[in-house]
Design a protein around this ligand. Structure first.
Ligand code: IVH
Length: 706
């Protein structure tokens, strides 16, 4: 029977021969869908179609367990493989380094090495020192001089095959130069984003409304994990070689010479590597590298010392995941002193008031800093930082610059403790510090204005259009901010009126007439917005920006209530004090009291209701995946407890929900079935007391198959 005809038949109408054929088709189609999903950015099937295939496959296997294929999609744990890239096991593990934070730590390291090797103080011990590059390590395998594959570090034992991306980097030769090339050599080093390239990339991204990166390291990581190697190529990454993995012959007698040999094959090695016989020599070089830090075109976060003789390295080996013969001497966080001119209060999406220090501009590690975070009200109180103070500002790695504290000796007379506003500086609503569960005051003060507050509304809009929420192409943070400030968009519903609003504008003022837009971009934007008038339920729920509701919770809510009207109705009912509805919400596995309270509160706010009404006039959230309403467990509340042996927990839950059952995390009078595996405890006891139907995993599977 052909594919289409077979597909039209219900699972229980298929005989064994047909089932076998159908399982073959399904395995093929799901594998192909997985492959496309993970290798292309454009998957072939919608999530709904994909899930329907998997459900059919699962139902068939439950009916004909003997026909389960070796390559069955259900044999891959948790569904589709989570990796985009193939895994490769490193022939020699990729180690990390122990850290040293002071000169004493470095002296201690050298002593340890001498002790381990039994080298007296009169004997020389050469140690190399070189910058520690702040990038991502990679291992490149060459056989007979030809690049075979390139792998990320991964967990040190297994990395990801990113050969295609690495091959786009100019500093990585596809063929090694020279005569003396070992049959097998794995060259290791750091992929990094040159600072100049990083700045250029962020500028481009900003102009095109794309995502900007916090720092070169994140940008390098993002660029390496592209499925499209052409994107990696456009990023102009670079590579420093500094180590090796498997080699078919000894490269040289020393670390220093081995690295020079690697350089002779066409690699770039760092020109700041030096070899010293004394601790003082090493520390001097450390100081010199630190002094140059701001001037280098790449980020570094310390200096790596390595015992030079490779025979020594071999004798020392490694402990857990780090070699005994090397250590990383980290730079301290960069600090500077400056004057605190003012404290400005910013309001975030959830209303948190964040004090931002306005500083006399100061250079911290090569970057001019004029703003730094003071975190929250509690932090200002604790540190007693005052306007006019000389403060210490610190910048470390990824994090935004922060004020460490005030220099009390330099405090001018007549300063006053900072008085934190008790109303929102943007909308004037009360700003309050909530009590935490332990009764203490929360360190964060929050504006209670919700969407009335322009600051919250704007941040909320940015969230609404973001990637994991409504994901509207061409509408990024920058565009939303601009439209908001101009008054074109006030709330999420306005986004869907944008094309209408634009049409009413005077010629010359329309989007297509503006700098950086043009007719095509404007049309594309309106089309992209229209495409989102129908959107998956969980995206819509997540996009609402309800406090404590992340993507996972949004999915749980969507699954449980099935449609937005059902969810809304239930939340309103729970808000009105209907205890059954409230309990039903709390019973969702994965939803606790704080989250539940927050969701219910959201629907109790009149202005949220107003925005929702306006929004629902424009957007129709899709129903959660269709559930089978005629199955034997439809409408039943099921609890899984103990360990399951044939199904994974999430598989079991998925399957039950797709058959129309509700899965709950706790046993109550409303529970219909408890599926108990080995090791079941209190839930089993409670179910026995309440005389609830208890079954084994096998019985459950038989029930849903029947
Ligand atoms: S040697 C067996 N040298 O730092 C020792 N590592 O914190 C292998 N790194 O995973 C590492 N610059 O990614 C070495 N000049 C350098 C380095 C360096 C950066 C990274 C490397 C490693 C991490 C450990």
């Amino acid at each position: 029977m052909d594919r289409e005809r077979l597909r039209e038949k219900k699972v229980d109408q298929l005989d064994a021969t047909e089932a076998k054929q159908e399982l073959t088709y399904l395995a093929e189609e799901i594998a192909e869908a997985d492959r496309l999903y993970h290798t292309e950015d454009a998957p072939l099937l919608t999530d709904g179609q994909y899930d329907a295939l998997r459900r059919r496959n699962m139902a068939l296997e439950l009916r004909f367990p003997d026909l389960r294929r070796e390559d069955s999609p259900t044999k891959r744990v948790g569904g589709a493989p989570s990796e985009k890239f193939a895994k490769i096991t490193h022939a020699v593990p990729m180690l990390s380094l122990d850290n040293a934070f002071s000169d004493e730590d470095v002296a201690e390291f050298a002593k340890r090495v001498r002790r381990f090797l039994g080298i007296g103080i009169e004997e020389g011990l050469a140690i190399t020192a070189e910058p520690k590059i702040d990038g991502l390590s990679a291992s490149l395998r060459y056989e007979n001089g030809v690049l075979i594959y390139g792998v990320t570090r991964g967990d040190g034992s297994v990395g990801e095959d990113i050969t295609a991306n690495l091959k786009t980097i100019d500093a990585i030769p596809h063929k090694l130069k020279g005569q003396d090339i070992p049959a097998v050599v794995e060259v290791r080093g750091e992929v990094f984003f040159p600072r100049s390239e990083f700045l250029a990339l962020n500028k481009r991204q900003e102009e095109t409304g794309g995502k900007t990166f916090a720092n070169p390291r994140n940008a390098a990581a993002g660029s390496l994990r592209q499925l499209d190697a052409e994107i990696t190529r456009s990023r102009n990454l670079s590579f420093f070689a500094y180590a090796w993995g498997e080699v078919s012959e000894e490269l040289a007698p020393t670390q220093y010479d081995a690295v020079q040999r690697i350089a002779s094959w066409g690699f770039i090695v760092n020109d700041q590597m030096q070899r010293h016989e004394t601790i003082d020599g090493l520390l001097e070089h450390y100081a010199s590298i630190e002094a140059q830090r701001a001037l280098l075109d790449y980020d570094i976060d310390g200096v790596v010392y390595k015992v030079d003789r490779l025979d020594y390295q071999r004798r020392m080996g490694f402990v857990s995941r780090a070699p005994r013969w090397a250590i990383a001497h980290k730079f301290p966080a960069e600090k500077a002193k400056t004057i605190l001119k003012d404290i400005e209060i910013q309001v975030g999406r959830t209303g948190a008031l964040t004090p931002v220090a306005k500083l006399e501009p100061v250079t911290v590690g090569g970057v001019v800093v004029s703003n730094a975070t003071l975190h929250n009200e509690g932090e200002i109180e604790r540190k007693d930082v005052r306007i006019g103070d000389t403060v210490i500002v610190q910048r470390a790695g990824d994090v935004i610059p922060q004020v460490v504290g005030a220099v009390m000796e330099l405090r001018p007379e007549n300063t006053e403790p900072f008085v934190f506003p008790e109303t929102c500086p943007v909308c004037g609503s009360n700003a309050v510090r909530e009590k935490k569960e332990n009764g203490e005051l929360d360190a964060i003060r929050r504006c209670t204005g919700g969407l009335i507050c322009a600051a919250q509304a704007k941040e909320q809009l940015k969230h609404f259009v973001s990637r994991n929420a409504m994901d509207i192409d061409g509408l990024g943070e920058k565009q939303v901010s601009a439209f908001f400030e101009e008054g074109m968009i006030r709330n999420a519903a306005d986004i869907f009126q944008l094309s209408k609003i634009d049409k009413e504008k005077a010629r010359g003022d329309r989007l297509r007439d503006r700098d950086g837009w043009g007719a095509t971009s404007a049309r594309n934007l309106f089309n992209a917005i229209d495409e989102r008038r129908s959107v998956e339920l969980h995206r819509f729920v997540f996009a609402l920006g309800i406090r404590h509701v992340g993507e996972t919770t949004a999915k749980l809510l969507g699954r449980h209530y099935g449609s937005f009207p059902a969810l809304r109705e239930a939340m309103i009912k729970a808000g009105e004090g209907d205890s059954d509805t409230w309990q039903d919400l709390l019973d969702i596995d994965g939803i606790g009291a704080i989250v539940a309270r927050s969701v219910v509160d959201f629907f109790r706010e009149q202005h949220n209701e107003d925005v929702l009404d306006a929004l629902l006039a424009e957007v129709t959230p899709q129903e959660a995946e269709a559930v089978q309403s005629d199955s034997s467990v439809s409408g039943k509340t099921v609890v899984f407890t103990g360990s399951l042996e044939r199904l994974s927990r999430s598989e079991a839950k998925n399957q039950a929900e797709s058959l129309g059952a509700k899965v709950s995390g706790s046993v109550s009078k409303k529970t219909d079935i408890l599926v108990a595996g080995p090791g079941a405890g209190s839930k089993l006891k409670k179910a026995e007391e309440l005389e609830i139907t208890i079954m084994t995993e096998d019985e459950w599977i038989a029930l849903i198959a029947g």
